[in-house]
Design a protein around this ligand. Structure first.
Ligand code: ZN
Length: 333
């Protein structure tokens, strides 16, 4: 039987497909590879509740979320989260979608390092990236985000809490609270973790109006948050024009690897952004044509971009909302 062992580089072609015997050999060989240790090495939390993290570059760890809507079973574990370990301190990048999985992420960090968690960075305001923040309050970190995040999250707090309570169920929802940033990034800032620096940059309105990217300069790893979706259909909550313009910029950008908000642990530019670019450009083109032809929003939600359906997971959950947002934006061009 064939099984996929490692495909961590998002289409870079280095994934392995091997037999069971080869699987064991490959697992042993992987144990000797410092850049991608076997995930089990960090399965720290108690059996049944832990989450897995992979070291994608020295001191840079990523947990890959599931391609699912939030549910009692996944407890809000649907986005990627990461952490970077310096010689003095740890920075967490996103905290997953509940206090429960936030605790699991914290346990996974403590299995890797006893350095203090000094920073919790949120890439944007969506619950699947920020609802684990409460798990880190005991560390008294600086909660760091785009300066627009607090306003956006506060204005949607009631709705986000109600929706997640309903979808997660009482058990998985317990412990969730809105934890707003204590440090707001206006443009660009640097965080010193000891021996390595993170560069945080606010971005133009794209996925949301409060996206923030993080570069670990020691390894040239770029965390893109939900500016990059892979496999999971992109979700548009900002500006389709802004996002497409930002993707053009990203295609010119160099990084050793990028980490998507949803998708594999790590990917390569420029290929990583191409499926997302195709999806958004297709919606924009279809919606512009419909508007030009005098069609309505309802027409658009039945036709625009549907040729992309087979390319994405969770398409039926988000696509019509994306078309609706695009229509509202583009009809005023
Ligand atoms: Zn998001």
């Amino acid at each position: 039987m064939l099984q996929r062992v490692v495909d961590d580089c998002g289409g870079c072609g280095k994934g392995l497909v091997v037999s069971r015997q080869e699987f064991i050999r490959a697992a042993l060989a992987l144990a000797a590879v410092p850049l991608l240790r076997p995930i089990e090495a960090f399965a720290a939390a108690p059996a049944g509740s832990g989450i897995e993290v992979s070291e994608i570059a020295p001191g840079v760890f990523v947990h890959q979320g599931r391609y699912e809507m939030q549910s009692p079973k996944n407890r809000g574990d649907m986005a990627n989260a990461g952490f970077v370990v310096g010689s003095d301190a740890v920075a967490v990048i996103d905290t997953l979608g509940s206090e429960k999985v936030g605790v699991d992420l914290r346990n996974a960090i403590q299995a890797v390092t006893n350095k203090p968690i000094r920073y919790v960075i949120n890439t944007h305001m969506h619950p699947d990236h920020v609802f684990g923040n409460a798990a880190f309050k005991q560390d008294s970190p600086a909660f760091v985000a785009n300066h627009k995040l607090a306003r956006g999250l506060a204005s949607r707090a009631d709705r986000y809490l109600a929706t997640n309570k309903r979808m997660l169920g009482d058990d998985a929802f317990a412990g969730i609270e809105i934890v707003l940033p204590t440090v707001a990034v206006d443009d660009k800032t640097a965080l010193d973790l000891g021996g390595r620096t993170l560069i945080l940059e606010t971005q133009r309105t794209a996925h949301t109006d409060n996206d923030l990217t993080i570069t670990d300069t020691a390894t040239d790893t770029l965390f893109l948050g939900d500016l990059l979706f892979s496999m999971h259909v992109p979700t548009l909550d900002g500006s389709i024009r802004g996002w497409l313009a930002l993707i053009d910029d990203l295609k010119q950008r160099k990084a050793a690897r990028v980490v998507p908000g949803h998708g594999p642990h790590a990917m390569q530019l420029p290929e990583a952004v191409e499926p997302e670019q195709h999806y958004l450009a297709t919606i924009a083109a279809d919606v512009r044509k419909l508007i030009k032809d005098g069609k309505t929003l309802e027409d658009a939600t039945k036709t625009a971009g549907f040729e992309e359906r087979d390319a994405w997971k969770l398409f039926d959950d988000y696509h019509v909302r994306n078309v609706t947002a695009a229509f509202a934006e583009l009809e005023w061009e």
